[in-house]
Design a protein around this ligand. Structure first.
Ligand SMILES: C[S@@+](CC[C@H](N)C(=O)[O-])C[C@H]1O[C@@H](n2cnc3c(N)ncnc32)[C@H](O)[C@@H]1O
Length: 262
């Protein structure tokens, strides 16, 4: 399924660094608490859940083991993260309820009306066409089903500020950031009801400062040893440029919700 021409963004080295900062099995901030906040108030017991951009799999395990989902299908475009997610599901004894599929970027290869919940955590930033994504998520959801996601957004749809441009360049992860207004319209135009967005900037602005403190504090020697001093120096630059746009509010992670009407 991998396209040999496509550069790997989340290879084993990157996975191991991100898990060092964000916790085993997590390739985005906030650990289990933040991952579960995305589905707060939704009953997943016995449900079939799609996790778009499942990463190295800790969230799929949480959805199945802690939230009681009957089946979680995790999809991702990177072979290393899919392998890590499969290992994690097996280690948790959940291979019968968690399926991991490596997919090509593009339309979701699932039947109409086939999931109760479509989940995603900080992954759809990599999908530029938010309108097509929302239509596709709507299509695969059963009537009454929920789209519950977290993503990294930009506060506006104009050209990024020089600070934002510097941050996106430092990340070098093919970010395609959209505004809350654009997401809200895309969800509405796709047909979703009960649309809700929650700005997580105030939360992540604080957390990111603590992550930078980890990068620059007493752990630095170990991080340099484990991941390479040049790699960690680059990450410190990324975090510093990111904090600037978190403080300005231009980088505004959000939780997104919408329900497919019955
Ligand atoms: C920041 S990580 C988050 C992973 C996981 N959701 C978590 O929170 O730990 C983003 C993930 O999205 C995946 N990704 C990128 N483009 C994708 C696409 N078009 N479809 C599905 N996953 C994609 C990446 O390979 C990566 O694993």
């Amino acid at each position: 399924m991998s396209d040999p021409e496509r550069e790997l963004l989340y290879d084993d080295a990157h996975i191991s660094f991100l898990e060092d900062i964000w916790g085993e099995g997590f390739l985005s901030p906030g650990g289990a608490e933040e991952a579960l906040r995305v589905v707060e108030g939704l009953d997943l017991r016995g449900k079939r859940v799609l996790d778009i951009g499942c990463g190295s799999g800790a969230i799929a395990v949480l959805l199945a083991r802690d939230m009681g989902a009957a089946e979680v299908v995790g999809i991702d475009v990177e072979p290393d993260v899919c392998a890590a997610a499969e290992r994690r599901a097996a280690k948790a004894g959940l291979s019968d309820r968690i399926t991991v599929r490596e997919v090509a970027p593009g339309p979701l290869a699932f039947d109409d009306d086939s999931f109760d919940v479509v989940y995603s955590k900080d992954s759809i930033i990599h999908i530029p066409d938010k309108e097509a994504l929302c239509r596709d998520v709507y299509r695969v959801l059963k009537p009454g089903g929920w789209f519950a996601a977290s993503d990294w957004l930009m506060s506006h749809d104009g050209p990024p500020s020089p600070e934002m441009e510097a941050y996106i360049k430092a990340e070098d992860l093919d970010f395609a950031m959209a505004s809350p207004t654009r997401y809200e319209r895309a969800l509405k135009d796709a047909g979703f009801d009960q649309i809700g967005l929650r700005n997580r900037n105030p939360w992540y602005r604080e957390v990111a400062q603590r992550e930078l403190a980890t990068l620059t504090g007493p752990d630095r020697d170990r991080l340099d040893r484990d991941h390479g001093a040049d790699f960690i120096a680059d990450q410190e630059t990324t975090w510093r440029t990111m904090i600037r746009v978190l403080v300005s509010g231009e980088h505004c992670p959000q939780h997104l919700r919408g329900q497919k009407p019955l």
